[in-house]
Design a protein around this ligand. Sequence first.
Ligand SMILES: [Zn+2]
Length: 196
Amino acid sequence: MNPIDPNANPYAAPRAPHAHLPYAAPQPPGSYTRREGDALVHTLGANLPAVCMKCGRPDGLVPRNHTFQYTPPWTVLFFVLCNLVGIIAMLIMRKQAKMVLPLCQPCNERWRKAMIALWAALGVMFVPFVLGLVLASASETAAGVLLSLAGIGFVALMVVSFALVRPALLRTKKIDATHIWILGVHRQVLDQLPQS
Ligand SMILES: [Zn+2]
């Protein structure tokens, strides 16, 4: 059976390698997983196909809990017009989707390491930046060195974001009341889904 065959019986018992994933639950009525361009469109609350979302492997999967967050881009307009209104609009309009993502162990490990690198780069940027601001009145030289370090941290953050985080993680393009649009899914997985 093709693991992401759209005609597969969603009520079938999960296959042995995925028994530890919560795939035994019946799918919500009318739920689907489809492809729309480079995005995977998925009904919230339904089970994702039992293949690694990052490389397409069907075996050795581990469940990864992840909360996607999405803020409609137009809320930025409010932020430009009025910071407070913008922040309120962003908080009200922000949508979250808690999901269990099937990943193979190497892809899961790559995701974990990318997050560690991301937090490390954020630390290398923010710690010298804050210290530099604090020391600015006491020693211009020290503040200058620290702010230069923060600049290096910023470059590290950019490199880590594009070279490690973006390839290793999934991200969302949009979340509405019923569906999520996920980017970064492996081409092989997308190719086997019905077009939206
Ligand atoms: Zn994988």
